[in-house]
Design a protein around this ligand. Structure first.
Ligand SMILES: [Ca+2]
Ligand SMILES: [Ca+2]
Length: 164
């Protein structure tokens, strides 16, 4: 189920922020509880809506570009980050030469616009040459492209790429 934040909750958040900034801890606590209970997120402090994201990776069409190594990605957005490094794997033989791999959809708190990604490749496979990744935000129907064109060697390595 998609969760939309009512306008009233946004107003409550502003009030809570004012209380946190200008009041004591004692006066801020009740306001914060009000936000959490009215956000309909099933509890917790965050009122950030859960949204779906699909990750796409294109491996380059050059000799030796493919790998069988473990690949994980973390997406850093303008509002939040994906919850840790997400393992990118499905039933296919992923990250082969000239392949298009789709993973997810994953349910994350709204990350906003993807800003950059961290991509880990394990040492349990050969070198890898990904050409680019794309992040699809289901809520807005938007694809965000993160050029990679990076060479990963045999060892474990993490690299970071902008999503301009
Ligand atoms: Ca593979
Ligand atoms: Ca696989």
């Amino acid at each position: 189920m998609r969760i939309r934040i009512p306008v009233a909750v946004g107003g409550a958040l502003v009030m809570a922020m004012v209380a946190l900034g200008g009041g004591t801890a004692a006066s801020a606590a009740p306001a914060t509880k009000t936000v959490a209970s009215s956000a309909a997120t099933g509890g917790g402090m965050s009122i950030n809506a859960v949204q779906k994201y699909t990750i796409f990776v294109h491996t380059a069409n050059i000799d030796g570009a493919g790998t069988d190594a473990t690949v994980r990605m973390k997406v850093y957005g303008t509002l939040a980050e994906s919850p840790g490094y997400v393992n990118l794997d499905n039933s296919a033989d992923n990250f082969e030469r000239n392949s298009n791999d789709y993973f997810g959809p994953f349910s994350w708190f709204d990350i906003g616009r993807p800003d950059f990604i961290g991509v880990y490749k394990g040492s349990n496979g050969s070198e890898w040459y990904p050409e680019h990744a794309q992040i699809y935000a289901h809520a807005t129907g938007t694809w965000y492209t993160c050029p990679m064109n990076a060479y990963y060697g045999d060892g474990a390595e993490t690299r970071w790429f902008d999503c301009p």
